[in-house]
Design a protein. Structure first.
Length: 187
């Protein structure tokens, strides 16, 4: 492994851990519905594990597919709320998977975020725009994933997470009011 690849890999993990430790957490507000199912499609077990962990930590259920054919089957069967789809996959590439999902009435409505670390694939995505909802470049961290989800929620492509009503303690009356009420009852 060359030193450039090693350094970029280490940088990826540093950014992931830095964001996970809470430095940017106050600024990030994941707004997609809790327990929404997300499908991660990537042939790299490392990317699947990292992206799966980011999503899982924020309350999302995560399914993983390692190739395009499996991704299409899982999308039809599970109807995920969102798909993170790598462009460079074995066999059927991410653009072909995207096209197939967009042409299938069962999956055409599902938002899709394309992910890639390949510069040519990134350029190709921006030139051809096959209908993906967003794009995240590898290496990515928690902040990039959260921003992508927030963009989809703000565009109405993902249902928003409903804020829980705050639970307030019952109001306590001052002691003099309670004693006065007791005197009134006795009198």
């Amino acid at each position: 492994m060359d030193t450039v690849a090693l350094k970029s890999g280490l940088g990826f993990f540093k950014r992931l851990l830095k964001n996970h430790e809470g430095e940017n957490r106050q600024q990030i507000d994941l707004k997609a519905a809790p327990e929404a199912r997300m499908l991660v499609v990537d042939d790299s077990p490392t990317i699947c594990a990292i992206l799966g962990r980011i999503l899982d930590q924020d309350g999302y259920a995560v399914s993983v597919a390692g190739d395009g054919e499996s991704a299409i089957e899982m999308a039809r069967r599970e109807q995920p709320a969102l798909i993170f789809l790598d462009i460079v996959l074995p066999g059927m590439n991410g653009f072909s998977v995207l096209r197939a999902l967009r042409h299938d009435p069962q999956t055409a409505h599902i938002p899709i975020v394309m992910i890639s670390g390949n510069p040519q694939a990134t350029e190709q995505f921006y030139v051809q725009r096959f209908g993906a909802d967003d794009f995240v470049s590898k290496p990515f961290g928690r902040a990039e994933i959260c921003r992508s989800i927030d963009r989809l929620v703000s565009r109405g492509r993902l249902p928003a997470r409903v804020a829980a009503e705050p639970v307030l303690p019952p109001l306590q009356q001052p002691a003099f009011l309670t004693q006065q009420a007791l005197r009134d009852k006795v009198a």
